[in-house]
Design a protein around this ligand. Structure first.
Ligand code: GLN
Length: 486
């Protein structure tokens, strides 16, 4: 499947209609879905209707925007009016939202064609998409392995060419880590750049919606469409949103060298040798492109994981209190009074990992343990943020591996939550600090599995992040490799 720019040209030149593109995409989905299982819900009819509107527009001689007619997949924790939104959970099995998330509204307004809703770990809690109540998504590069998570369906859909681009959400790495496992680009924006209105909340101070693409340019186009102030989300920033594609220059700045800091701590513990050498080679490439590379220490980085796994469950336990069998989705039929209706609904509706987080979060927020856990974790969060602030006084960007390993086998870590949590080692500190970061494919391991490099930018420096990622991508061949889905 071509890039957004190429497809746009085909549409404009009338070599292909938007309806043909939609049909071809649906055919591709039909062909690979039995193996990959990226989608929970397909929107074939809606997509055809939307495509027809784009074709009518082209036929009447009107000009079309870059995203118009382009297939997009949407993670199933984003609400769309009249479209089932399950969040990968039984508790929302029959939930059909009466309202539209800001990001999907913006996509529709710019003429993007939503193909369907993609699989995820229940309520976005997980790193492998195995926590979905509905299906397990397989990694297009090796069907016996996980696509990463929690936005594994979106990452797999893009990698398997079931969609051109996709939306995911990232609370602790859920865009970047699956992008890394599936060999695609994934960007987690600065906290507040993209409206969270209509995103089912997991941990509200960490959640951000962001784009996936097979190339940096496609990712930049989608980000430009969804970013920007939204009065419906009080945490959304008042920032100007440029057209991010204007920064995509294959050359890095010549006048003032771009300074990139390698986060020392991320190359130490728990990192696979192959990931380490692959990312180190990618950093050499950045140096060849003219960047100045220095080592930089973020000593508190390693407390990111423990702090995250207190703060995220705390917020989740509060956010998920609303699923009580009254206001949303499922209700237990087994109850004979109000209290047992609440407890049975929640016992039946939530999966194991979600229950574990609710229990941890309720404990860490409880009167007796609040100071020892939640408050302490918040203080650690501030220290981590300060480490980043200090680093950005001397460098423009930071670099690390996106994940300490490549895609693991399905089932390999399901019985060991702690080892699952470890795959978020290098992504969670970024969410704690609210910074933007991108995964760029940077090579393959000896099993032929994609390796990803994480670039971390300063607040609202998505421009610099995308520019650097683009320059690297254009100087390498990784984005041209495709999985052969057996
Ligand atoms: N894997 C992390 C978790 O399980 C991050 C999830 C996310 O970013 N949504 O919490």
């Amino acid at each position: 499947m071509a890039s957004i720019r190429e497809l746009h040209q085909q549409l404009v030149n009338k070599e292909r209609s938007a309806q043909e593109l939609t049909r071809d995409t649906l055919e591709r989905i039909e062909a690979v879905e039995p193996k990959v299982h990226s989608f929970l819900h397909l929107m074939s009819d809606e997509a055809q209707t939307a495509a027809q509107q784009v074709d009518d527009k082209i036929a009447s001689g009107e000009s079309i925007a870059p995203l118009e007619g382009i297939p997009i997949a949407v993670k199933d924790n984003l609400c769309m009016t009249g479209v089932p939104t399950t969040c990968g959970s039984r508790i929302l099995e029959n939930f059909v939202p009466p309202y539209e998330s800001t990001v999907t509204r913006r996509i529709k307004e710019t003429g993007g064609i939503v193909m369907g809703k993609t699989n995820l770990d229940e309520f976005a809690m997980g790193s492998s998409t195995e926590n979905s109540a509905y299906t397990v998504t397989n990694n297009p590069w090796d069907l016996s392995r996980v696509p990463g998570g929690s936005s594994g369906g979106s990452a797999a859909a893009v990698a398997a060419e079931e969609s051109v681009v996709a939306l995911g959400s990232d609370t602790g790495g859920s865009i970047r880590q699956p992008a890394s496992f599936c060999g695609v680009v994934g960007l987690k924006p600065t906290y507040g750049l993209v409206s969270r209105f209509g995103l089912v909340a997991f941990a509200s101070s960490l959640d951000q919606i962001g784009p996936f693409g097979r190339t940096v340019e496609d990712t930049a186009i989608l980000l430009s469409a969804i970013a920007g102030r939204d009065p419906a989300d009080s945490t959304s920033l008042e920032a100007d949103v440029p057209d991010y594609t204007q920064y995509l220059n294959p050359e890095l700045p010549k006048d003032k060298k771009l300074k990139i800091g390698i986060i020392t701590e991320t190359f130490r513990e728990g990192l696979s040798e192959e990931v380490k050498t692959t990312v180190q080679n990618a950093i050499k490439e950045l140096e060849n492109l003219g960047a100045e590379v220095v080592e930089i220490s973020c000593p508190r980085f390693r407390y990111g994981l423990p702090a995250y796994y207190i703060i995220a469950p705390s917020e989740a336990s509060s956010n998920l209190a609303r699923y009580d069998g009254v206001r949303y989705g499922q209700r237990s039929e087994q109850a004979d009074n109000l209290l047992s209706m609440y407890t049975k609904t929640r016992a039946e509706g939530f999966g194991e990992e979600v229950k574990r987080r609710i229990m941890v979060g309720t404990y860490t927020l409880s009167a007796g343990y609040y100071d020892a856990y939640y408050l302490k974790a918040q203080k650690v969060r501030t220290l981590i943020k300060q480490d980043f602030e200090k680093a950005f006084e001397s460098v423009d960007l930071l670099v690390s591996p996106t994940a300490p390993m490549t895609a693991f086998q399905t089932g390999e870590k399901t019985d060991d939550p702690l080892s699952m949590y470890l795959s978020d080692l290098t992504t969670v500190p970024v969410n704690l600090a609210g910074l933007p970061a991108i995964n760029v494919p940077c090579g393959f391991d000896s099993n032929g599995l994609p390796v990803g490099m994480q670039l971390i930018g300063n607040v609202l420096r998505e421009d610099q992040l995308l520019h650097t990622a683009y320059a690297y991508e254009q100087a390498t061949q990784w984005h041209q490799q495709k999985p052969e889905i057996a």
